[in-house]
Structure formats: structure tokens, C-alpha cells
Design a protein around this ligand. Structure first.
Ligand SMILES: O=P(O)(O)OC[C@H]1O[C@H](OP(=O)(O)OP(=O)(O)O)[C@H](O)[C@@H]1O
Ligand code: HPA
Length: 175
């Protein structure tokens, strides 16, 4: 059991299990994109740790860029997605792989996919470490999913509670 601010969390997914799953996803992406040069778009802040563990295991020629979106306040989605840092890269004709820490309501991904599709990419795929299928409010196809989890608030491995907990090397769930 750990305490973060006013809440208690218990372990859900260990570091070893997370890293083995990330290695498996990296192999899949490496096979699927052989001979191509994908552009990874990392959604900050939460995806920084998953992205760094993933891309270092993908020995392809590729590019990596970042966008910063925010929709969560404490443990709830606000329902509106704010763009804090936008996308400056030319993505037309590119093979895009979005790297996300979690698809929860799906509102962040739905907005980002719409934005990317406006710029005529060759393809768009999503890699998300976590997914809460029961929380989804809009259909989202996730090509590479780390773990499907219950509809409960989680922290660690990039995910925060009110800014705290991103540096935890495992995933914890609200007790
Ligand atoms: O599917 P959704 O309900 O839209 O939730 C998913 C989004 O929420 C979190 O971001 P947050 O707004 O907490 O910003 P952060 O990445 O900086 O923590 C997470 O990193 C995803 O981007
Ligand atoms: O369960 C969650 N935890 C932390 N951040 C999040 N952003 C969406 N869902 C979550």
C-alpha cells in the first residue's frame, strides 16, 4: 500500500510485467513497420516513460515528436481536451504511431486522431500502455495495447494523481 496526497493505492501491475509487455509490443511494431520510417507522436505528460521504454527497443529508422494535451483534473476527466503544446511537424504522407499512457474515456485520442487526419497521414496507429474498455465514451481502435484494466483510477509509470506518482516504476490502483 502507498499513500499519494489524500489517497491510498495498492499494486496492480509490477515493473517486470510492464517491461516484458513493452518488449513484446516493441517486437510487434518492429515487424509491422519493417522497411518503413514511422513517426512516433508521444502524448505528454503521461506517456513519457512508456515511450522511452518502447522506442529504445525498436531498431527501426524512425522519428519521434511530442504533443502535450490535458483533460484530467485529479481523478476525473473534465470532458474537454486542451492542447498545451501543439504539433509542428509535417505529418502528411507519414506513417504515424501515437504513443499514449492510457485510453480512458477516449476523448483525448478521438480529438488527436481527428487533428492528425486533417493533415493526410499515410496511416495512424495507437500504442497505449493501458486501456479501460468500460470507460470508453467513443469508439477508438487501439492497435497495440499493453493491458486492459478495470474502470478504476491508477497511478505510476507516467500516470499521476494531481501531478504526483509519475515516477513510480509500477502501476498502482486506488484502494
Ligand atoms: O481517454 P481520456 O479520458 O481522454 O484520458 C486519457 C488522457 O488522460 C491523461 O492525460 P491528462 O489529461 O491527465 O494529462 P497528463 O498526460 O499530463 O497527465 C492521459 O495521459 C491521457 O492523455
Ligand atoms: O486512471 C487514470 N490515472 C491517471 N491519469 C489518468 N488519465 C486518464 N485516466 C487516468
Amino acid at each position: 500500500m502507498i499513500n499519494i496526497l489524500d489517497k491510498k493505492f495498492v499494486p496492480l501491475i509490477s515493473r517486470e510485467v510492464i517491461e516484458n509487455r513493452i518488449a513484446a509490443i516493441a517486437s510487434e511494431i518492429t515487424n509491422d513497420y519493417e522497411g518503413r520510417c514511422p513517426l512516433f507522436i508521444v502524448v505528454l505528460n503521461g506517456a513519457f516513460l512508456f515511450a522511452s521504454e518502447l522506442v529504445k527497443r525498436i531498431p527501426l529508422s524512425c522519428e519521434i515528436t511530442f504533443i502535450k494535451l490535458a483533460s484530467y483534473s485529479k481523478t476525473q476527466s473534465t470532458g474537454s481536451v486542451r492542447e498545451i503544446i501543439g504539433l509542428n511537424d509535417d505529418i502528411s504522407g507519414r506513417e504515424i504511431i501515437i504513443i499514449e499512457d492510457i485510453v480512458d474515456t477516449g476523448l483525448t485520442m478521438a480529438q488527436l486522431i481527428r487533428q492528425i487526419n486533417d493533415h493526410a497521414p499515410a496511416s495512424v496507429a495507437i500504442a497505449s500502455l493501458l486501456h479501460k474498455p468500460e470507460a470508453l465514451q467513443t469508439p477508438i481502435y487501439i492497435r497495440y495495447t499493453g493491458f486492459n484494466i478495470e474502470n478504476k483510477f491508477v497511478v505510476g509509470y507516467g500516470l499521476d494523481y494531481d501531478g504526483i506518482g509519475r515516477n513510480l516504476d509500477a502501476i498502482y490502483v486506488l484502494a
